[in-house]
Design a protein around this ligand. Structure first.
Ligand code: NAD
Length: 479
């Protein structure tokens, strides 16, 4: 089923691969077997990475944007050539079906390709002025980026941050996810083979809190870029504030989906159930709180449950598998607890709710209906294959409920009415609102949250904003 071996993992510091004395096992979530040993960076490894990134920044900021773009495009090309090997590693360590891992590799490459183009479009401007003086605005790279990427998308999550940093002319130290390190490892390999100058990109793994505490205060650090939970995002932002460091925070979500009474409930439910199963629901934009206009509620809920029941769960290498395991035991425990709490408070469990096997972190696509507002799942991000379907009386009721949480990342709606779409798109508090599609972002569009879902945008024409700062140059032609 899988022709590829799991990679022999290394740190990547100053253009060289490095093993360490300390390591930790990487587990396969489908069967809990050990895939490999992950090197853990020591304090002296971090010192070396910092020194390398400082030197790397000096080189890279002076490298012409066209050359930066060429290296990034070459790396993306190599990753496209290596798609089968990279996708297999992702499925091994993270569990998703192989077809989804391939799509993730392509998505990661698209982030590199888009940002390579943007590297050449960080235009400044000349401001009209009186004769004899010229005011210019230019964008300069912020310095070294300290980046932290999570385990749900081992390759595309680090790609966003690495591509943004490299395109802007920054060097980067990234601490990728310890539980799913191979995606970032393959990016390092591609950048190395594409000829990226040493020191510009450095990959470390270790104890997350130790690494962030070390990197954030450093004078070389120009930006902290983090994707993960709101709690950790706030914690890192607090440390950053103490050292006056800017942050780019892509945090949790709890995406509402509003189903209006002018759509086919079965078609909307089928689309939604399949989307909810993507990456076993471990997506910050995963559709979670379905608010269905009352007349359609019963038909929508029963079609959703039926489609959910039909989703085949299994090892990601089995071609029949539509949903793999969740990535770690923490998710299984969290999902069980949320379902139990909702059940006790009166919710109906339409399908799923129990761990399915003794071996591997399998949890079925689970659908809850008529969930009371005080159930924890109505306010805590499930980050797994768990959907709630409640009815609403009107669009205003739906918007109020959608906006009730402190999250504001992605939101969705189904309607054929342009007037409803306009009301929903402007009324919902979220960084991304999608109508009649459950896709929240592509490389060409800016992505990020409002409220406690974070700060800043990745991708699109806005994507390099955080990786650069603005400098105003006032030039009088004669003294
Ligand atoms: P967690 O909050 O412990 O960790 C989330 C991520 O942050 C992990 O990658 C972890 O390595 C990193 N991290 C933790 N402490 C850190 C620190 N002090 N410094 C730097 N990095 C640190 O939770 P978890 O159990 O790994 O994940 C569960 C929650 O995380 C989910 O409920 C979800 O809200 C969130 N999450 C969000 C995304 C996303 O795409 N926004 C991705 C993964 C996880």
């Amino acid at each position: 089923m899988n022709a590829h071996a799991y990679p022999d993992l290394h740190l990547y510091i100053d253009g060289a691969w490095r093993k360490t004395t300390d390591d930790t096992p990487v587990l396969n979530p489908a069967d809990e077997t050990v895939l490999g040993a992950l090197p853990i960076a020591s304090r002296s490894d971090l010192d070396d990475a910092l020194a390398a990134a400082s030197e790397g920044f000096k080189t890279w900021r002076r490298t012409p944007p066209r050359v930066r773009a060429q290296i990034m495009l070459k790396a993306a090309g190599l990753m496209r050539e290596r798609i089968e090997e990279i996708a297999a590693a992702i499925t091994m360590e993270q569990g998703k079906p192989l077809a989804q891992s391939r799509l993730e590799v392509i998505r990661g490459c698209e982030f590199f390709e888009w940002d390579a183009g943007e590297a050449q479009r960080t235009y400044g401007r000349v401001i009209p002025s009186e004769p004899g003086i010229r005011y210019m605005v230019i964008h300069e790279p912020v310095g070294m980026v300290a980046a932290f990427s999570p385990w749900n998308f081992p390759m595309s999550q680090p790609s966003r941050k690495i591509a943004g940093a490299l395109a802007a002319g920054c060097s980067i130290i990234i601490k990728a996810a310890e539980e799913t390190p191979a995606g970032a490892y393959h990016i390092a390999r591609a950048l190395h083979d594409a000829g990226l100058p040493r020191g510009v990109f450095n990959l470390v793994f270790g104890v997350p809190a130790d690494i962030s505490r070390y990197l954030i205060p450093q004078k070389q650090t120009g930006l902290i870029a983090f994707t993960g939970s709101t709690a950790i995002g706030k914690h890192l932002t607090e440390i950053a504030a103490r050292h006056m460091k800017p942050v780019l925070m892509e945090l949790g979500g709890h995406a509402p989906v509003i189903v209006c009474d002018d759509v086919d409930p079965v078609a909307a439910a089928n689309l939604s159930a399949v989307r909810k199963s993507r990456n076993a629901g471990q997506v910050c934009t995963s559709p979670t709180r379905f608010y269905v206009h009352e007349p359609l509620h019963a038909a929508f809920a029963s079609a959703f449950a039926e489609r959910a029941r039909a989703v085949t769960i299994g090892n990601g290498f089995d071609p029949n598998t539509q949903m793999g395991p969740v990535a770690n035991h923490r998710r299984v425990d969290a999902l069980r607890a949320l379902v139990e709490d909702a059940r006790e408070k009166g919710a109906k469990v339409l399908v799923g709710g129990e761990k399915t096997t003794n071996r591997g972190y399998f949890f079925p696509l689970t659908v809850l209906a008529d969930v009371p507002p005080d159930a924890r799942v109505m306010s805590e991000e499930p980050f797994g294959p768990l959907a709630v379907i409640n009815s609403v009386a009107s669009i205003d009721d739906a918007i109020e409920k959608a906006n009730a949480l402190p999250f504001g990342l992605a939101a969705y709606a189904f309607t054929h009415s342009a007037a409803h779409a306009e009301r929903l798109a402007t009324g919902i508090e979220a960084g991304n609102v999608s109508i009649n599609t459950l896709e929240a972002s592509v490389a060409e569009t800016p992505f990020g949250g409002v409220k406690e879902s974070g700060y800043g945008r990745e991708g699109g024409a806005e994507g390099l904003t955080h990786y650069t700062h603005v400098k105003t140059i006032s030039h009088r032609m004669a003294m």
